[in-house]
Design a protein around this ligand. Structure first.
Ligand SMILES: Cc1ncc(COP(=O)(O)O)c(C=O)c1O
Length: 383
């Protein structure tokens, strides 16, 4: 049956009908009063979502473009940076930095384990010459379903006193509280196809006052992604280049929906979905990759022992029209990932768990049918 797919991947995430309808309009000129009005509303709501009074800039890029913008605007060739690597996206930060000729030092943890704040503290304390210009990490590591201890690592950066902290919040923004101003986060990158509940195509970068000071002396080349241009334009409720106007309509509608739901309710929903999913997986006798106490609010990685993870994904897709994500790099075939980010509710998860139970049974696994549903429902009933 067409148009019945349940998208349970960590991005692109499901898009509400109200947002789709907002997009299905004729574009308007971006140098018009009508556009300025939308841009002003969107900017105010982005600041609300980011819990910041500082700048949040919208770019026509995917999440990686927002990350790259973070690097090239605030650093110079040869700068020493400390990157946290415990999954595909932490590795990506290191790759971008290497591509731009930075001196990259990695703090690593096994895929599936969180980064250790103490390792950052020790390295930063040893940097008495203050050579480390930035500490760069992924908050929610989508490849493994691990949430890194951003508060703990940030505390070590603040003790250092000089380094900027740059965060990939691509699958944490809009899913868990990220008090950017309270914590003093300098550069925070995210993308539209995630917690924002809109299609891919927009990237966002929040920039602190301290980062803008670094911008003045940063020497990496930049043009389209020169955030100074975006800052100037945003202050005048406009954009430096032609924006994808219909995606901005979508963003306007999605942010309105988020304001109606409220930040605390959004975070509580993601927390409930995360706990319900893991409870169900454990009740079915399956293992999750990574411990429960550092679980991503966006995605749960499952390691089935009795069956190939790709076989589960294939049957979920073909028989039930539910899209799950696979493992990346060396985890391909070993895990499947259930997304619970953005426009996802308890009912979606109960549906996915029921279909997962049926799939596992069909594939010959010995699973206690109904145990997953019952465990997830128990979590959902707590509220
Ligand atoms: C944590 C994280 N960082 C970065 C990205 C890259 O985003 P994009 O594919 O939009 O460039 C993703 C995409 O899934 C992600 O999950």
């Amino acid at each position: 049956m067409n148009d019945k797919q349940l998208l349970m991947i960590p991005g692109p995430t499901p898009v509400p009908a109200r947002v789709l309808q907002a997009m299905a309009k004729h574009p308007i000129g971006h140098r018009s009063g009508a556009y300025n009005k939308i841009q002003a509303e969107v900017t105010a709501n982005l600041k609300w979502l980011h819990q910041t009074e500082s700048d949040v800039l919208t770019l026509t890029v995917s999440g990686t473009g927002a990350m790259e913008a973070g690097i090239i605007n605030f650093l110079s060739p040869g700068d020493r940076v400390l990157t946290g690597c415990n999954g595909k996206f932490g590795d990506r930060w290191a790759e971008i930095c290497t591509a731009y000729g930075l001196q990259v030092e990695k703090i690593t943890a096994e895929w599936g384990q969180p980064l250790d704040p103490e390792a950052f503290r020790q390295r930063l304390q040893a940097d008495t010459a203050k050579e480390i210009k930035a500490v760069i990490l992924t908050h929610s590591e989508t490849s493994t379903g691990v949430l890194n201890d951003l508060a703990g690592i940030n505390a070590a950066v603040k003790e250092h006193g000089q380094a900027l902290i740059m965060v990939d919040a691509v699958t944490s923004l809009g899913a868990i509280s990220l008090p950017i101003d309270d914590w003093g986060l300098d550069v925070v990158a995210s993308g539209s196809q995630k917690g924002y509940m809109i299609p891919p195509g927009l990237g966002f970068v929040a920039v602190s006052a301290k980062a803008w000071v670094a911008y003045e002396t940063a020497k990496l080349p930049r043009y389209y992604l020169d955030l100074g241009k975006y800052r100037k334009a945003t202050a005048k409720d406009t954009t430096p280049f032609t924006p994808p106007v219909n995606l901005v309509f979508a963003l306007q509608a999605a942010l309105q929906m988020m304001r109606e739901e409220g930040l605390e309710a959004i975070f509580a929903r993601h927390n409930r979905l995360q706990r319900g999913t893991r409870a169900a997986i454990h009740a079915l006798g399956l293992a999750t990759l990574g411990p429960d106490d550092c679980a991503s609010p966006a995605v749960t990685a499952v390691m089935p022992s009795q069956v190939d993870a790709e076989a589960v994904r294939k049957m979920m897709n073909q028989r039930y029209d539910i899209a799950l994500a696979g493992g990346q790099d060396h985890l391909k075939g070993k895990i499947f990932r259930i997304g619970h980010l953005g426009f996802v509710c308890d009912r979606d998860m109960l549906t996915a768990i029921a279909c997962l139970e049926a799939t596992l049974k069909s594939l010959g696994c010995d699973v206690p049918m109904g145990a997953g549903i019952s465990a997830a429902a128990a979590v959902f009933n707590e509220a």
